[in-house]
Write a protein of this length. Structure first.
Length: 97
């Protein structure tokens, strides 16, 4: 636990913001993998871990954080981010309907 403050102190505020945002999203997505009773729960969790950075980039997470009180921006982010997580066949784990 002593290393965490040291690691964070050496990071820029942007990197810390990205880390916190990514971990918050990751936690929620893993819960969604488990809640939905996915048959391939392990694959869903692995997809979250492996694809989250690319999906955050696809959803333009920085723009979302700048305008997070804007409902249109929220919808744009959700539509780009959640369906981005795909199984080996290209099917989204979290389709947005």
């Amino acid at each position: 636990m002593v290393l965490l403050p040291i690691m964070i102190a050496g990071c820029s505020s942007e990197k810390v913001e990205e880390f916190v945002f990514r971990k918050t999203l990751e936690y929620g997505l893993v819960e969604m993998c488990e809640e939905e009773g996915k048959n391939k729960n392990k694959e869903c969790v692995a997809a979250v871990a492996n694809q989250i950075e690319a999906c955050m980039a696809k959803g333009n997470w920085k723009e979302f954080l700048k305008n997070q009180d804007d409902e249109d921006e929220l919808q744009r982010f959700v539509k780009a981010f959640y369906p981005c997580f795909e199984d080996a066949k290209g099917n989204p784990y979290f389709p947005f309907s």
